[in-house]
Write a protein that binds this ligand. Sequence first.
Ligand code: F6P
Length: 195
Amino acid sequence: PRPILLTRHGESMDNVRGRIGGDTALSDAGQIYGKKLSNFVEKRLKSERAASIWTSTLQRTILTASPIAGFPKIQWRALDEINAGVCDGMTYEEIKKNMPDEYEARKKDKLRYRYPRGESYLDVIQRLEPVIIELERQRAPVVVISHQAVLRALYAYFADRPLKEIPHIEIPLHTIIEIQMGVTGVHEKRYKLMD
Ligand code: F6P
């Protein structure tokens, strides 16, 4: 069985400020995570010559991957975070205060709610299809460094979780979710590398 390692990027400056979307760099803690992840991956995939590292096109995933040496890195736009459209760069508090109808609509149906000029979870799930096809096709391990909403959708696919749960699955920062696809089914392990 070959592993698929799923992880969010290290903490970003926007994570620190509570702002959604954006394209900021990593906080000090986020940079430390990049180094810990790199140690983990280099050890875990030592003899896996064909393994690869997939990131989104956003800085925070590319910077998280940057300490990892010895494996090819591939950037996928389809791994970019959910596009929050007009709400990009706002905090949840600001959305609640300035756009209460949008806030309520999302709360009511987070799966189907589409940000004005942005995406819904259903949109994200759809754009991930080529990534999933390629992940299934690969025989070697893959490390996927992406974002909260995207990883909820990817994880749900492999863990066989129902559609309606997807927007609520917990994908914590600084934690690796290892998925093993064997003949007996899917096995999962979590490695929390930092608090
Ligand atoms: O806050 C981090 C983040 O990745 C945002 O960029 C994104 O909008 C959000 O999480 C997605 O989570 P939720 O769907 O719960 O708002």
